[in-house]
Design a protein around this ligand. Structure first.
Ligand SMILES: Nc1ncnc2c1ncn2[C@@H]1O[C@H](COP(=O)(O)OP(=O)(O)OP(=O)(O)O)[C@@H](O)[C@H]1O
Ligand code: SF4
Ligand SMILES: [Mg+2]
Length: 368
């Protein structure tokens, strides 16, 4: 592992059992929330993770922080394998890896003042033993996130959404982390406030040398803040590249569809550009399609390989595409050159996932 890689996740799988039964819980299937992800986050970079709701972004972020139990795979942080850590050792390691959540109100205890919320986190890591130093640190944190000192004695409900997110960020910062996983950090905020919070995250990164994993369903948010971007679909990474390369030359049909759904303010560009409509619903992660998981919705799907062979995330060499751009599509090259053209996709009925009716649940019965 090269030393500029800070977090290295390899073969990560998180499968949640689907249980049924009145007296004995039987496992009747699994939700394949994360199903084989390799991802590296470099020291000091911002890695943006995007994809539709339910594709496994939060679960992957939580698995990296060891907040969700991995079914398989490993996470190495700064040269140390996190998998064997348990109890106190794991708790101590959490100082390095902090999380910022989408809805700050639900992650902040409403009965605690901001001061007590911050001190609680610091105490847990032995960082609040000296009273004077703690007060100075609290003032410093308020400055860092752009809140007045008076905020320390207030309660979470007394703040606006943007201010609450600043408190959430201060709480993460209070223990001097190395990595922050921000899960939809601005999705719950007004557009006008989103930019302020994004700018705050960026300036804190510059000042403190932080490494970020920013999770968002909104491509626009991720584009602005990320050095590299990974696109997830049904539990797997389908494309990964430097942000500029990904936005200039998206290679995976799913990324191209996502990209074509983002409105462009210039009407001339808007009219001329590619429009790909995704037909069909997102399949159930409890019964993911065979082969390429995108084949049920892919306008470029081919008769060979697409529904039988799961494509690997591989580096491609295509003219005009930056080095290190990776894509999980068997036909990335002929699609990029235009040799293979898109066709209409007939929407396949995807029944909603309903374990009680046995819909979307695999036939095989798995006993615990
Ligand atoms: N604890 C759990 N038990 C069972 N299934 C779960 C659990 N947590 C998540 N899932 C399922 O795993 C899949 C991935 O969920 P996840 O929350 O990671 O998606 P996401 O990409 O973060 O979506 P969103 O954009 O809506 O936040 C979903 O089908 C979800 O229902
Ligand atoms: S492998 Fe086939 S189905 Fe999957 S994205 Fe590529 S062309 Fe589409
Ligand atoms: Mg999520």
């Amino acid at each position: 592992m090269s030393s500029d890689v800070l977090v290295s996740a390899t073969g990560v799988k998180v499968h949640f059992p689907i249980k049924r039964g009145v007296i004995f819980d039987r496992t009747i299937g699994h939700v394949y929330a994360v199903d084989g992800v390799d991802l590296e986050i470099r020291r000091g970079e911002t890695y943006g993770l995007v994809g539709e709701s339910g594709c496994g972004k939060s679960t992957l972020g939580r698995a990296i922080l060891r907040l969700a139990e991995m079914t398989e795979g490993s996470v190495v942080f700064d040269g140390e394998d996190l998998a064997p850590l348990r109890g106190e050792a794991l708790r101590r390691k959490r100082q390095d890896l902090q999380m910022v959540f989408q809805d700050p109100l639900s992650s902040l205890d409403p009965r605690q003042s901001v001061q007590s919320l911050l001190v609680e986190g610091m105490k847990a890591h032995g960082l609040a033993s000296d009273k004077e130093a703690t007060s100075a640190r609290l003032r410093e944190l308020m400055d860092a996130v752009g809140l007045p000192q008076a905020a320390l004695s207030k309660y979470p409900h007394e703040f606006s959404g943007g201010q609450r997110q600043r408190i959430g960020i201060a709480r993460a910062l209070s223990v001097n982390p190395t990595v922050i996983v921000a899960d939809e950090p601005v999705s719950a905020l007004d557009v006008s406030v989103q930019a302020q919070v994004i700018n705050l995250l960026e300036s804190l990164q510059d000042a403190l040398g932080l490494t970020y994993l920013v999770i968002a369903h909104d491509l626009a948010v991720v584009r602005h803040i990320s050095d590299r971007v990974g696109v997830m679909y049904l539990g797997g990474l389908v494309e990964e590249a430097d942000a500029d390369s990904l936005y200039a030359t998206p290679l995976h049909p799913y990324t191209r569809a996502l990209m074509s759904a983002v409105p462009i303010p210039d009407p001339a560009v808007e009219d001329a550009r590619e429009q790909i409509l995704l037909t069909g619903d997102l399949p159930s992660p409890a019964a993911p399609p065979s082969g390429c998981r995108f084949h049920t919705r892919c306008p470029w799907k081919q008769a060979e390989r697409c529904d039988t062979e799961r494509p690997e995330l591989r580096t491609v060499s295509i003219d005009g595409v930056a080095a290190g751009h990776r894509v999980a599509c068997h036909f990335a090259e002929p699609i990029a050159s235009g040799e293979i053209q898109p066709h209409e996709v007939r929407a396949e009925a995807v029944l909603p996932f309903d374990p009680d009716a046995g819909i979307g649940v695999p036939d095989v019965e798995i006993t615990p």
